[in-house]
Every structure is written in structure tokens, then in C-alpha cells.
Design a protein around this ligand. Structure first.
Ligand SMILES: Cc1cc2nc3c(=O)[nH]c(=O)nc-3n(C[C@H](O)[C@H](O)[C@H](O)COP(=O)(O)OP(=O)(O)OC[C@H]3O[C@@H](n4cnc5c(N)ncnc54)[C@H](O)[C@@H]3O)c2cc1C
Length: 489
């Protein structure tokens, strides 16, 4: 008998792991496969930003990340030894006002351990080779390490299978965008020197190009630098040597910094691509399968993990029969595709500013950045953007109350996640006033007493769905969301 699951997740990178763990937490029967024999051994994405930490708290594994990572206060922009600008994230309104520096290999290890505690696991060396779908579900074909093929049925398929996504190809979705015409190198090395600090990301703008240091663990850093335009017709540059990296440090850095103990040296190019829709019937895309962009801002993995948090509660509600497919599952693509566009735009702008080569334009850039970023509204705006705390869903059909995240203090209250049920939470200063209303749909909403001005309906991912004194509006909202199997009193 072919295996039959509620959900099949293809790809066990950070996004597939987060997706599967969230679905498991909500009691969904999910299978997670990955074609690779091993999890990633390289550091890749290094920063977990505040908003992702908040979602990891809700998921129940924020503490493990905090214990394993290293806090940084933000970023500094330099020209040689001169500090042009500082981006300090310590004042953001979040229980996690910092950048958590942690190698992606560690992030994946912690998520896999979290998944294990929830009774899930990664099936390795199992590749999704294709799928078909109709109204009743998805038929997927898998290839095992020994070459055997397997067919599996699932109600839903989620492609977390990275930049070369099989799910995306099979859906026939275009990955629109471009490959930037510049070559880059990265190096994971130990750095020693007077200006080496472990609690700040440092970016050096030099006439030749950009150089950046990301702390990973005390003394260990990711160094990134651009090498200028790709020579015409070139297939790609070779991986750098430690001597190449040292030469870049000497030329573009503050001086007296010595690199050693190379762990990973690689050349890379930047792709900026995205799909138009994250949903194709019963199949969804999340993470790099849906959007890839410049590492400037370190938001690729964070955005993908937040895709997972967005889809998991909606899909869980629908699978449990408590929520309705249309409004919930279509809103995943509406909400996250808009965020993907924004992240692509911001990361692209940061990259292009760093790549400016004209000396006059460079000095104007340095002058403007050093003055404008001193303004406190600009600091606040930039800090909220980089930490992804400014992400909101104002245009979403699910957002009648603005779609903004709950303020930090309430956000920290994990009860607002509805525990391990994918429920919305209705907050009211006097719980008894709304208890009856919540009891009408116990699988869809819970009532909590909280210091809010007006009754507030909060989604499981912490965004405000609706804020109103009008009980009929709350009832109407819930009725529109309630699925065919929603339990009623
Ligand atoms: C060299 C490098 C440096 C990077 N640096 C940064 C950085 O500094 N900051 C940042 O934010 N991001 C960075 N990134 C990007 C970041 O690593 C990605 O955004 C992140 O890994 C995306 O996670 P994901 O789970 O969507 O995809 P992936 O991590 O790519 O995981 C996809 C998984 O799917 C599996 N898979 C693929 N096809 C199939 C299939 N058909 N069947 C089964 N399994 C399949 C793969 O084996 C893989 O495990 C970097 C990436 C690279 C390559």
C-alpha cells in the first residue's frame, strides 16, 4: 500500500525543518524528505534576526538558539578606520533586541533536535523526482539511495527544496530575476587584530569594493568581499586562497588584521530571483525555492523560516477542518510574496550601494550615509527593517486590524500562540466578556484576558487580525474563516 500523509515536505534545510516542526507541533501527520545524505556542514546564513527569534520562542526552541548563538548589537559601516555609521538594534521593541550570530549548520542541528522532540525526523537520501495533483491530493514519486522508486500520496506538498526546487520546476513556475554581474568571495576564518570585535557586523567601504566581517563564534568570522565585474565570457572565478583573503583585508580593512585557520573558502555570484505565486493548487513553495537574493542584510534564511511559520498554522487549521482553504491558504502567497518582493528590493539596494565604483559617487554616498543614519527616526526605521520586526500584512485579506505584529511585551506572552493548537487568540481586558464568543469555535479561537484597549484578535504567528469593539465584526471575521469541520458549541 502506498504511503498516504496529510503533508509531504521536500527539503530539510532550515525552512523545511521549521515547516515540519511547526506542523508536527500542531498535530499534523507530515513526512520530511531530503535528497542529501548529510545536513549542511557549512556556515552559510549566519544571523537569526529578532523576528525569527520571536517565532522560534513560539515554536518552543528559542532558548536552545539563545544558548548556542552569540549576540551582536548590530552593524558598523567603515571607511578604513573611520566609522561612517552605526546600526544599533538594541533599542528595538522585542524580547530579542540583538542579532543572534549562529552558523546555519548549527541552526539546522537545533531545528532537527526540536523536530525530534516533536516526534518527527528527516528521511535522508530520499529525493522528490516528480508529482501530479488533482482536487483530492498529490501523488509524488520519490527515489531512494538504492535507486528504488516509491509513490506517496499526500493531501498537500510543500517545496522547501531550495534554489533549484523540483517542486517549482514541476509547477512550471518561472524564477524571474537576474544574476548580478559581479564576483564575490567568502571565507570562514579566524581573525586577529586590534579592530576585531565579536559583537558587531562590520562593513568596510573601500574605493575598490566592499569587505564585510560577520562574527560567528569568538574569534571566528565570515569575510565577504566583491571582486568587481565578472570578466565577459568568464564561467566563474576559482575559489580564493587564504593569501587572496589576506590581501583583501590588508587593502580594504582597517589594517593589522591577520586571517588564519581557513574553514571554508568559496567564490560565489548573487542571484536575485522570485516566483510570482507561492501556491500552485495543493503545492506550496517556501524559502529559497520561492525567493533568492543578495546576502546583504542576512535575510534569506530568516525570510524563509518566516514563510514556514506563516504557512504552517494556516495549513494546520485547514487540515484540522477548523479553517477554510480559500481565505487562509491563498493569503499565504499574498502575504509572503509581498514580503519576498520587499526583501529582494532592500537587499538589492544595499548591494548596489556597496558596489558603487565612481569615486565622486562613493564620497557622496559616504557623506550622506554618515549624516542621515545619525537621525534617530532613520536609525529606528533601519533597525526595524533589518530585524524584520517591521514586516506586516496591511494589504492582506486576513488583516482587518492592520496586520501589524503585537507590541513586544505582549509578543513575549507565549500564551498568545494558542499553545500547540493553531488557534487565533481573542484578547480582552475582561475575559468573561468574550469567553462565550470564543467557545463558539474552540478549535479556531481562544479567549485571553490582557491589557488591551479594545478586543483584539491575534493570529497564531503574532500578527493582529482585527481590533474592534464591534462583536458582530469579530463573529463575522471568525465565521468567514471557519472551515467545514469547525466545531461549534
Ligand atoms: C555559500 C552560501 C552562503 C550563504 N550565506 C548566507 C548569509 O550569509 N545569509 C543568509 O541569510 N543567507 C545566506 N545564504 C542563503 C541561505 O543559506 C539560504 O537562504 C537558506 O539555506 C535557505 O534555506 P532553505 O531551507 O529554503 O533551502 P536550502 O538550505 O537550500 O535547503 C534545501 C534542501 O532541499 C534539499 N532538496 C533539494 N531538492 C530536493 C529534492 N528534489 N528532493 C528532496 N530534497 C531536496 C536539499 O538537499 C537541501 O537540503 C547562503 C547560501 C550559500 C549557498
Amino acid at each position: 500500500m502506498a504511503d498516504r500523509r496529510q503533508v509531504l515536505v521536500a527539503g530539510a534545510g532550515p525552512v523545511g525543518l521549521m515547516m515540519t516542526a511547526e506542523l508536527r507541533r500542531y498535530g499534523i501527520d507530515v513526512r520530511l524528505i531530503d535528497k542529501a545524505a548529510q545536513p549542511t556542514q557549512t556556515s552559510k546564513a549566519l544571523v537569526v534576526w529578532s523576528r525569527t527569534m520571536e517565532l522560534l520562542d513560539r515554536a518552543g526552541c528559542g532558548g536552545a538558539f539563545l544558548a548556542a548563538g552569540m549576540k551582536a548589537r548590530g552593524g558598523g559601516m567603515f571607511s578604513g578606520r573611520e566609522r561612517l555609521a552605526t546600526l544599533d538594534v538594541r533599542a528595538v521593541d522585542s524580547p530579542h533586541p540583538y542579532a543572534l550570530m549562529i552558523a546555519q549548520s548549527e541552526t539546522e542541528r537545533l531545528l532537527a533536535e526540536h523536530l525530534d522532540r516533536l516526534g518527527g525526523r528527516v528521511e535522508r537520501e530520499v529525493e522528490l523526482t516528480g508529482f501530479s495533483q488533482d482536487e483530492s491530493g498529490v501523488q509524488a514519486t520519490l527515489r531512494h539511495a538504492d535507486g528504488t522508486a516509491e509513490t506517496i500520496g499526500a493531501d498537500w506538498l510543500i517545496g522547501c527544496d531550495g534554489a533549484h526546487s523540483t517542486v517549482r520546476h514541476r509547477l512550471g513556475f518561472a524564477f524571474e530575476g537576474e544574476t548580478l554581474e559581479s564576483d564575490w568571495i567568502l571565507a570562514d576564518v579566524h581573525l586577529h587584530g586590534p579592530d576585531v570585535v565579536s559583537d558587531e557586523i562590520r562593513i568596510y567601504w573601500h574605493a575598490d569594493g566592499v569587505l564585510a566581517f560577520f562574527p560567528i563564534t569568538p574569534g571566528r568570522f565570515r569575510v565577504i568581499a566583491d571582486l568587481g565585474e565578472t570578466p565577459p565570457g568568464a564561467a566563474g572565478r576559482p575559489d580564493p586562497t587564504l593569501a587572496d583573503v589576506q590581501a583583501l583585508l590588508d587593502r580594504r580593512g582597517p589594517g593589522e588584521i591577520v586571517a588564519g585557520d581557513a574553514i571554508w573558502l568559496s567564490a560565489f555570484r548573487i542571484n536575485e530571483r522570485k516566483v510570482a505565486s507561492y501556491r500552485g493548487g495543493r503545492a506550496f513553495l517556501a524559502g529559497d525555492a520561492a525567493h533568492i537574493h543578495s546576502p546583504a542584510g542576512g535575510q534569506g534564511m530568516n525570510t524563509g523560516m518566516q514563510d514556514a511559520a506563516n504557512l504552517a498554522w494556516k495549513l494546520a487549521l485547514v487540515i484540522r477542518g477548523e479553517g477554510r482553504d480559500g481565505p487562509l491558504l491563498d493569503s499565504y502567497s499574498d502575504e509572503r510574496s509581498a514580503v519576498g518582493d520587499l526583501v529582494l528590493r532592500n537587499a538589492g539596494a544595499m548591494t548596489r550601494v556597496a558596489l558603487l565604483r565612481n569615486p565622486i559617487v562613493q564620497s557622496i554616498r559616504n557623506f550622506v550615509v554618515s549624516h542621515v543614519t545619525r537621525l534617530s527616526p532613520v536609525q529606528q526605521r533601519m533597525a526595524e527593517q533589518i530585524t524584520e520586526l517591521d514586516i506586516a500584512y496591511p494589504g492582506s485579506p486576513l488583516s482587518v486590524g492592520g496586520g501589524h505584529r503585537m507590541p513586544g511585551s505582549l509578543q513575549a506572552d507565549l500564551r498568545i500562540g494558542g499553545g500547540n493548537l493553531p488557534r487565533l487568540t481573542l484578547l480582552h481586558p475582561h475575559r468573561h466578556a468574550i469567553a462565550g464568543l470564543a467557545a463558539d469555535w474552540p478549535g479556531l479561537v481562544q479567549a485571553l484576558e490582557a491589557a488591551v484597549e479594545r478586543p483584539t484578535l491575534v493570529r497564531p504567528d503574532g500578527y493582529i487580525a482585527l481590533e474592534t469593539e464591534d462583536f458582530a465584526a469579530i463573529t463575522g471575521y471568525l465565521a468567514a474563516l471557519a472551515g467545514p469541520g469547525a466545531r461549534t458549541k
